[in-house]
Design a protein around this ligand. Sequence first.
Ligand code: TRP
Length: 353
Amino acid sequence: MTGQPTGTTTILTGIKPTGRPHLGNYLGSIRPALALAQTGSAYYFVADGHALTSVRRAGQLRGLTFEVAATWIALGLDPSRVTFYRQSGVPEIYELAWILACSTAKGLLNRAHAYKAAMELNQRAGHDADADINAGLYSYPILMAADILAVDADIVPVGRDQQQHIEMARDIAAAFNRTYGSVLKMPEARIQAPVQTITGLDGRKMSKSYRNTIPVLCESEELHRLVMRIVTDSRRPEEPKDPEQCNVFAIYRHMAPQEEIARLRRRYTLGGVAYQEVKEALFQILDQSFAPARERFANLMADQPGLTHILETGAAAARARARRVLARVRRAVGIDAPAIHNNQSMRLTAVTP
Ligand code: TRP
């Protein structure tokens, strides 16, 4: 029914182009998503259509789209193995979004966390509840459902913040299938729950909104400056320390080889470790680990036609797949070309597609 080779799991995820990813993004979502991509047939894309709900300047959107695409490739996404594209390169997604909108309850969208949060913000400021909320933001969950359903995705790796959106995609697919029969494939979320949240410079969760991040691909100089800024307590070198309470160790443990982590842990508890020394070690390991990616990133950004070519090759492959799904969907709802039905009541000349 779904027209895909049996036995291959289709994995899909969307990446919103919102600036330079930080170490928390890398360890918590990019690295696991790249590992998961190896286990099936992966469709990863830059969600530029979704970004359109908030980015207002064309040049900025274009720039962010390239930047995030180059970042993922630099960090290890292999476009010859992962179908990697821009959402806008697959217009079938937008077509499917409209068709889905027509069988999606408006009330479902009213319950979306993102929309509700925007409304609450307005209400607290004493504004009209819907002030400055565009219909794109409101329909965001439908477009996201279309991304997923257009390629018959089985598994969708996302962070916990996106869990509701995947549940809504399932609700949207189920509602469509109730009306039209078993046409759309039911996707499943794979929630990427980091073993531990990644700690930022100030010891809180690393997050852009806290301004405590370390960008993954920043230059050595900036990296050094940021690592030196990580907040530590005032224990002197000779004092024993609890590695679990240290913000430098909290990042080091995700990057260093196991033996190094164990050795440093012992030295913390015994005493004799200066924070300055650990910071230097953390800087070295970050700087070395990401140096090749930094270079790849620079090369990709310097060759925009090459990057465009990669994304368009991916889009062509994704479109081929989406076209097959759309053919099923169009036929189910009745907006396909009548001739392909061979319907006796329609005496039209058959158009061969
Ligand atoms: N909304 C997601 C985010 O903000 C990005 C996204 C768009 C996505 N379409 C998707 C994720 C489809 C998974 C599947 O992170």
